[in-house]
Design a protein around this ligand. Structure first.
Ligand SMILES: Cc1ncc(C[n+]2csc(CCOP(=O)(O)OP(=O)(O)O)c2C)c(N)n1
Ligand SMILES: [Mg+2]
Length: 474
């Protein structure tokens, strides 16, 4: 929840936990913030320092050591008088450079101290607007002007309304085509957008990538989508536009790194480039799926979701995320939120709750598989207690669909992937929410019209048919 708050707002989300098991429970959310680069401050309780870790006391584990590999800094507060400075610095550090989580462990003996109240809050650092070097901008412009087939790849850090606006102007002005990563989807859309890299090795865009002689990466992180999958074919010049120095890889070694305000840098190219010939957009006409066994095909489901106005979709992890990234046509930034960094199951409902808190004006839909739902049932109670309006769409495949696909892709008999037929409609009685069941398109359409009119938590059990492989569809 806190990582998604950081992602959506750019300001640190805050997690507070008890010691031991409570602190350990925050692992996946903290790791998501770390890999994704979303600001977060994590305050965890700890036993009194005087107890000593090696004594093996009740609920005492070495939280700092557990978290050190997945936070930017892990700090144990050792002086109660410095509490305010630690907190101020944690917030600053979490947004500095690549944003991420800061752990502040607060031992009992420190929190018991009465501290003198400092009436003056510590001052917030003024965020400076960075600007790339003028010479580098000029060189990058010359490279772009002499390229024949440029291509843009936009990633997670292009997902703000401001950057999206600049990007849309850039592609419209220059005609340079663009492909988005999972987490950059929605920042560019329309005629110049070829689509999203929806899985680790996407065939559709291979030729476009092979033929391009120059790639502009915008707010891109190598962990979102490996450069091994797009830096292929022709030798390419790479211009990287980002807010900070981005992670290098032997296949991602930019010729020019333009570090600074991303929207301003894009603006420079808009003002100084001439339109280029637009490339032919690969066709992606197939919009109707084939449904079997009284179930709904993912393509048909997505087609319906694409008609819902004023909406946001937050995905848990599973095959549903891949279908959505391939077929959904986002029409605005952050229209679809997926995590393709840690990609942990269980993130969907918490992300939906915080999204509704941050943007109450949007009709908010959580998309979750039956596997993900069973892993995080308790989150339904949290959603209910939040008092928010939220719709949970269960993509019910009676399977861990993603894992089943891995078996099938390797011609292996799936093992341990089946999930039973559970009566999710009974959530009505258990959680006091409103449930729906859809196994055909007519009911689905009716339900999707109905749910926005009902307040509170709505759960729609949608029987999906994954038997058509995503790869066989154009
Ligand atoms: C916490 C966690 N455990 C395991 C995985 C590996 N994993 C990725 S997708 C998946 C199956 C998801 O099943 P479901 O939620 O039903 O979605 P579907 O793939 O069927 O759409 C699993 C086990 C993971 N990403 N996160
Ligand atoms: Mg499933």
């Amino acid at each position: 929840m806190a990582a998604t708050e950081g992602r959506l707002t750019g300001k640190p989300g805050v997690v507070m936990t008890t010691l031991g098991p409570g602190a350990l429970n925050a692992c996946n959310g903290v790791a998501y913030s770390f890999l994704g680069g979303f600001p977060l401050v994590f305050l965890s309780w700890q036993g009194s320092k005087s107890i000593g870790f090696r004594d093996n006391k009740f609920q005492i584990i070495d939280i700092k050591s557990v978290y050190s590999p997945i936070v930017k800094e892990a700090i144990s507060i050792d002086d109660p008088e410095l509490l305010t400075s630690y907190i101020r610095n944690a917030f600053e550090l979490s947004i500095e450079g690549k944003p991420g989580p800061i752990l502040l462990e607060i031992p009992e003996n420190i929190s018991e101290h009465m501290v003198k109240l400092n009436t003056e809050p510590l001052k917030k650092n003024k965020t400076l607007k960075l600007h790339p070097d003028d010479g580098d901008l000029q060189t990058a412009l010359e490279m772009l002007n002499s390229s024949k087939k440029p291509l843009i790849i936009n990633g997670v850090r292009s997902s703000t309304p401001h950057i999206s606006k600049a990007l849309m102007e850039l592609v419209a002005h220059t005609g340079i085509p663009c492909i988005s990563t999972h987490m950059g989807q929605g920042s560019v859309y329309g005629k110049y957008h070829l689509g999203n890299f929806y899985k680790s090795d996407v065939q559709e865009y291979k030729n476009v990538c092979k033929e391009s002689d120059l790639i502009i990466t915008i707010g891109y992180d190598t962990l979102e989508y490996s450069p091994l999958n797009w830096n292929i074919g022709n030798k390419k010049i790479i211009i990287d536009i980002d807010i900070f120095y981005s992670t290098r890889h032997y296949q991602f070694n930019p010729d020019i790194s333009l570090q600074g305000d991303i929207a301003d840098t894009i603006q420079y190219f808009i003002e100084n480039t001439k339109p280029k010939n637009q490339w032919k957009k690969p066709s992606n006409n197939k919009t109707t799926g084939v449904s079997h066994n009284n179930k709904i095909h993912p393509v048909d489901l997505i087609k319906e979701l694409n008609t819902i106005k004023n909406s946001r979709f937050l995905h848990d992890n599973g095959l549903h995320k891949i279908w959505m990234t391939k077929y959904f046509r986002s029409k605005k930034v952050n229209h679809v939120i997926v995590d393709n960094t840690l990609a942990s199951m269980g993130c969907g409902i918490p992300a939906g709750i915080v999204s509704k808190l941050v943007n109450p004006e949007l009709d908010t839909y959580v998309c979750i598989g039956d596997g993900g739902l069973l892993m995080t049932l308790g989150e339904i109670a949290t959603a209910k207690e939040s008092g928010l309006d939220l719709t949970i769409l269960i993509w019910n495949s009676n399977s861990h669909g993603m894992i089943e696909k891995h078996f099938n892709d390797r011609n292996l008999e799936p093992f341990g992937t089946a999930i039973g037929n559970y009566q999710y409609e009974a959530f009505d009685q258990v959680f006091g929410v409103k449930s729906f069941h859809c196994d055909n398109l007519v009911d689905l359409k009716k339900t999707l019209i109905e749910v926005p009119k009902i307040s509170g938590i709505k759960i729609v059990n949608i029987l999906v048919d994954y038997s058509n492989s995503i790869d066989y569809l154009p």
